[in-house]
Design a protein around this ligand. Structure first.
Ligand SMILES: Cc1cc2nc3c(=O)[nH]c(=O)nc-3n(C[C@H](O)[C@H](O)[C@H](O)COP(=O)(O)OP(=O)(O)OC[C@H]3O[C@@H](n4cnc5c(N)ncnc54)[C@H](O)[C@@H]3O)c2cc1C
Ligand code: FES
Length: 292
């Protein structure tokens, strides 16, 4: 299926040879929260290192010999000068458990980057609302770094983040720095703890109460569980944001990552090449279909 130019973020980087897995070494591992760590990967080959570029929202396929290959979003700053690339991974099953046993200096394979990107160009001159649920903040972090680096190009910036509990708020140590640079961060949790004095409830409540934005000139970027993205899109439209300025990032099981195997098919879309970032009006009718 061809994608109308207006719905395809123009900044997506295309990979020259999608089948070529580059050897990368783990430079460092940072535990973010329980069961979630960020792996900083450095290319072993200088030529691959020199040509690798990604756009906010894109993902790589990480290959662990003997275990398998998985799609993981890049959670780094696209303009980061160091020749390394961070990925934030939640331990889920076989491949992520195998990754969790590796140490700095160990090697794995990396193909990519793949997929569509967040529409950073469409954000210029507009208020931007980022809505994230749990580890859904990982694919949005490159967009946050981009917005803050070019802060003067954008209007008001809001991050609304939901998590199961205070201890599962991702990247919490960066919030103060983000706020200093002009991003208003609001958080909410499903389950509070005795020391939590913040919001309790679903993240859409934060969107319902948000005042500091102009709905007629805002872009909303959202990533999290599917049900959360669906209700965020509904709430955003009630608040006056048109569906063509709401963007969500989808997940499906992936194998080839280039639109050939069909594993990631979602209605008429292939999440690996038509997504993972979709403009909401384009996929609104699929998000309502359970188990599609
Ligand atoms: C475009 C894209 C970007 C992603 N970015 C990240 C990321 O930044 N960080 C991260 O931790 N994970 C990310 N994921 C999810 C990650 O690919 C899966 O968690 C991983 O494949 C699980 O592999 P596993 O072998 O460890 O677990 P498995 O044994 O394969 O699966 C464990 C559990 O997760 C479910 N699962 C497996 N794959 C997926 C999937 N693709 N979508 C939804 N549920 C799945 C399975 O049904 C099972 O319940 C992304 C997925 C996609 C498609
Ligand atoms: S992963 Fe093969 S078609 Fe998308």
């Amino acid at each position: 299926m061809s994608i109308p130019a207006s719905t395809t973020p123009s900044s997506s980087q295309q990979v020259p040879n999608p089948w070529q897995a580059h050897a990368v070494s783990i430079r460092s591992i940072q535990q973010e929260i329980d069961g979630v760590s960020t792996y900083d990967l450095a290319f072993d080959n200088a030529a691959a290192d020199g040509t690798y570029r990604f756009s906010p929202g894109q993902f790589n396929m990480l290959y662990l010999p003997g275990a398998g290959e998985i799609a993981i979003s890049v959670s780094d700053d696209p303009a980061r000068s160091a020749s390394s690339c961070r990925h934030t991974v939640r331990t889920a099953g076989n491949v992520t458990r195998t990754l969790g046993k590796l140490q700095p200096g160990d090697t794995l394979g990396l193909r990519g980057p793949f997929g569509t990107a967040w529409p950073m160009a469409d954000c210029i001159g507009r208020d931007v609302i980022i809505v994230a649920g749990g580890i859904g903040l990982a694919p949005l972090r490159p967009a946050i770094y981009t917005l803050l680096r070019e802060r003067r190009c954008y209007g008001r910036l809001n991050l609304l983040l939901g998590a199961r509990s205070p201890g599962t708020l991702l990247y919490r140590s960066e919030f103060a720095q983000w706020e200093e640079r002009g991003l208003v961060v609001q958080t909410t949790v499903d389950q509070s703890t005795p020391d939590w004095t913040g919001n309790v409830g679903v993240v859409t409540l934060l969107l319902e109460r948000l005042r500091s934005f102009d709905p007629t000139n805002s872009v909303l970027l959202c990533c999290g569980p599917e049900v959360m993205m669906k209700f965020t899109a509904v709430t955003a439209q009630h608040r006056g944001i048109p569906p063509e300025r709401i963007w969500i990032s989808m997940e499906r099981n992936m194998q080839c990552a280039v639109g050939l195997c069909g594993h990631c098919q979602w209605g008429p879309e292939f999440v690996c090449k038509d997504g993972p970032v979709f403009r909401y009006d384009r996929i609104a009718r699929w998000i309502d279909v359970e188990r599609l």
